[in-house]
Design a protein around this ligand. Sequence first.
Ligand SMILES: C[S@@+](CC[C@H](N)C(=O)[O-])C[C@H]1O[C@@H](n2cnc3c(N)ncnc32)[C@H](O)[C@@H]1O
Length: 192
Amino acid sequence: MLMTTLTQKIEWIANKSRLFYLLTTLYYKNIIKREVRLAEIKPDDKILCIGGGPCPYTAIMLHQLTGAAVTVADNNAACVKKAANLIKRLGLDYAISIVCCEGEAIDCTGYTVIHLALQVSPKGKVLNHLLARAGSGVKFLVRLPKELVGGLYCDLESCPLPCHNYVEHDFYTNVGNTALYIKEGLYGAAQA
Ligand SMILES: C[S@@+](CC[C@H](N)C(=O)[O-])C[C@H]1O[C@@H](n2cnc3c(N)ncnc32)[C@H](O)[C@@H]1O
């Protein structure tokens, strides 16, 4: 998708330039703070981020704000290599790992919080794959675009769970809101 490629290009530059990296973190800072509060993320949570790009800001800030360990899954091998290099340079490889994998095929066993980036595609397929395999009580944070730019991102289509809660984001971001879904025990039975 166009926006994924564009974001990857911006992040590619940020991966190489400390100044550009710091400037782009400003874009994500408030979004991620709100998401941490929304899902009440704790240090003993295990977080899985689907979509990290060359600069996995979300994973980095989720860890820095909460102390929780994070795994990032991205389906672009070049991005994974760049991101892993950045995490090592930042000295965060004790807490953040990067894997090359499709979100719609990943094993999410053991994760308590699962985060879907705005650019994840196909979002509905990825979310349904994860919902069917996650344990009871697992929290899902799903970034959704502002209406104005909705056509530039993959739509969620539908979710089999009702939205538990959501937060809205600032006017200057393309992220309209982040929705929280919580997998209840009955979900698996209903799907079986
Ligand atoms: C450019 S990043 C933006 C995320 C941002 N860096 C962050 O930390 O929130 C979005 C990434 O999602 C990845 N992606 C999109 N769909 C995916 C999928 N189905 N499975 C895994 N990764 C996916 C793309 O390869 C892209 O690198």
